[in-house]
Design a protein around this ligand. Structure first.
Ligand code: PLP
Length: 438
C-alpha cells in the first residue's frame, strides 16, 4: 500500500542524561527453544506464554540463597501474583505452600490440593464465614486489624477451641511512602498492644509474626530493618507473655528484573540479588534473636514469576500521528498489561529487519486514549502480522487483566519437557455473558 513519505524531526526527548536509547534491534525468536512464530501460527495472537523452566530456575535461586543461610525456610506462593492453577501447581510441585488474601484465593488453593494447614491467610477482608472455615481447616491466620481479633475470639468461643494466630506488623523501614495500612504498627506500640490484647483474651495464642513491607523493594536494607524489628518484638512478647513464636514471615516484595518507569539504570544494576535479600533478612534474625530460632517464611511473588511470563502480540495496523510519529495498533494493550503503569517493558522483534529504526508508539486495540504500551520505542518498519514479544509480564497481569472491550486470550505453559500446554482458553461470548440474567 503506498503511503506518502514524511520527514520527521529527531525527537530529542528520547535522550536522557544516560544517553540516547539503543538503536539496535532486540530480537527474540524463541521461548525455551520453541519458535514464537510457530506458537502464533498454532495458538493465535495475542498469547501469554509462561516458561516452567524459568520459574524453576528462579525459584531455586531464591531457595538456595535462603536455605544456604538459614536452617528452616518455607516459601508460600502468593496467589494474587498469578493464580492460574497450572502456575500455582508448578510452585506447589517445587515445594511452595500457599499464601492467599481472600476467601476466593483460599478456596482456589484448597481446590489445588493444598491442605488448610499449608495456607497462610492474609488480607484485610476475611469475612467471618471465611475465617470460620480457615480455623476449622487449621490455616495460618494472619490478623490484620482489631476487628479481626474480635471475630476470631467469637469463633473460638463458638467452636470451643483456642486458635493459633499470627499478626501482621508494619513499621518504618526507611523506604517511603511507608505501608502502614496493613496490620499493626510496631514503632508506636500498637503491635505490642494487639498481642497483649490477644494474651488477655485467652482465646487466641500467638505463634507467628508477619510483615510485608512493600512491593518492588529496591532496598535489601529495608528487609534488614524489618527482620530486626520483628525479631525484637518476638523476644519481647515471648518474655512478657510466654508465647512461643514458631515463625517469622517476611512477606514478599522482592523486585523482579523489570524496568520501573523513571529509573534509567538497568535492573541488573539496581535490583538486589536473591543473596542480598537473604543476607539482609537472615543476618538480622541471627543478630537479634533470643531463645529458639524461629522458622523463616517467605511469600515472594513477583520476583519468582515476572521473568517467566511473555506476552506475544501482533501488529494489526499502523498510522502516522499528527506530529508524524508512527503508531502501531497491536492486538494486545493495557487490558492485558496492568503493570504497564509502572514498567517500561522490553519489546522484542522475532527476527532482524534490514531497515533503519525510527521512533514509534505502541498502542493496544482498545478504543481508549490511555491504551499505550510504549510511548517512544525504536522499531524498524513493521507490517500487519509482524510479531512483538513483551517481557517480563509474568507477575500480576494474568490476575489484574480486564475483560474490557476485548476477550482475554489464551495462556500457554511450556513445561520442562518442552510440551506446549494451553493452561487457560481464550474467552468467548458465552463465557463473558454467563452471569448476566437478562
Ligand atoms: C502481594 C503480597 C505478597 C507478594 O508480593 P510480591 O510483591 O509479589 O512479592 C506477599 N504477601 C502479601 C501479604 C501480599 O499482599
Amino acid at each position: 500500500m503506498y503511503k506518502k513519505p514524511v520527514i520527521n524531526r529527531v525527537d530529542f526527548s528520547l535522550s536522557s542524561k544516560y544517553g540516547s536509547p539503543v538503536k539496535s534491534q532486540k530480537v527474540k525468536s524463541e521461548i525455551d527453544g520453541i519458535k514464537i512464530e510457530e506458537l502464533v501460527k498454532e495458538f493465535g495472537s495475542p498469547l501469554f506464554v509462561f516458561s516452567e523452566s524459568k520459574i524453576k530456575e528462579t525459584y531455586e535461586k531464591f531457595k538456595e540463597a535462603f536455605e544456604s543461610r538459614y536452617p528452616e525456610v518455607q516459601f508460600f506462593w502468593s496467589y494474587k501474583t498469578n493464580y492460574l492453577n497450572a502456575i500455582c501447581k508448578v510452585f506447589h510441585k517445587l515445594g511452595s505452600k500457599a499464601e492467599v488474601v481472600s476467601e476466593f484465593e483460599y478456596d482456589k488453593a484448597r481446590r489445588n490440593g493444598i491442605d488448610g494447614r499449608d495456607i497462610i491467610f492474609n488480607g484485610p477482608h476475611k469475612t467471618k464465614e471465611a475465617l470460620r472455615k480457615a480455623v476449622k481447616e487449621g490455616a495460618k491466620i494472619h490478623i490484620d486489624h482489631w476487628w479481626e481479633i474480635k471475630d476470631l475470639e467469637e469463633i473460638a468461643e463458638e467452636l470451643g477451641v483456642e486458635i493459633p494466630v499470627a499478626i501482621r506488623c508494619n513499621m518504618d523501614t526507611g523506604v517511603y511512602p511507608q505501608w502502614s495500612r496493613f496490620g499493626f504498627n510496631i514503632d508506636n506500640g500498637e503491635a505490642y498492644d494487639a498481642i497483649k490484647r490477644i494474651f488477655e483474651g485467652k482465646k487466641l495464642f500467638l505463634i507467628g509474626l508477619h510483615t510485608h513491607v512493600g512491593t518492588f523493594m529496591l532496598s535489601a536494607n529495608a528487609y534488614y530493618v524489618a527482620a530486626k524489628k520483628l525479631t525484637e518484638l518476638k523476644n519481647k512478647v515471648e518474655a512478657d507473655f510466654g508465647f512461643e513464636i514458631e515463625y517469622i514471615d517476611m512477606g514478599g516484595g522482592f523486585a523482579s528484573k523489570n524496568r520501573l518507569k523513571g529509573i534509567y539504570q538497568p535492573p541488573e544494576v539496581i535490583v538486589p540479588t536473591p543473596d542480598d535479600y537473604a543476607e539482609a533478612i537472615t543476618s538480622a534474625i541471627f543478630e537479634t534473636n533470643k531463645g529458639k530460632l524461629p522458622k523463616l517464611y517467605l511469600e515472594t511473588g513477583r520476583a519468582l514469576i515476572d521473568e517467566a511470563g511473555y506476552l506475544i502480540t501482533s501488529v494489526f495496523a499502523y498510522k502516522r500521528l499528527a506530529d508524524g510519529k508512527k503508531s502501531y495498533i497491536l492486538d494486545a494493550g493495557v487490558n492485558l498489561l496492568y503493570t504497564y503503569f509502572w514498567y517500561n517493558f522490553e519489546v522484542f522483534l522475532t527476527k532482524r529487519y534490514d531497515n533503519l529504526t525510527e521512533p514509534a508508539q505502541l498502542n493496544g486495540p482498545l478504543c481508549m486514549n490511555i491504551d499505550v504500551i510504549a510511548e517512544n520505542i525504536q522499531l524498524p518498519p513493521l507490517n500487519r502480522g509482524d510479531i512483538l514479544t513483551i517481557w517480563p509480564v509474568g507477575a500480576y497481569n494474568v490476575t489484574q487483566w480486564m475483560q474490557f472491550i476485548e476477550y482475554r486470550p489464551r495462556v500457554l505453559l511450556i513445561d520442562l519437557d518442552k510440551n506446549v500446554r494451553i493452561i487457560r482458553e481464550k474467552e468467548d461470548l458465552d463465557y463473558v455473558i454467563e452471569k448476566e440474567t437478562e
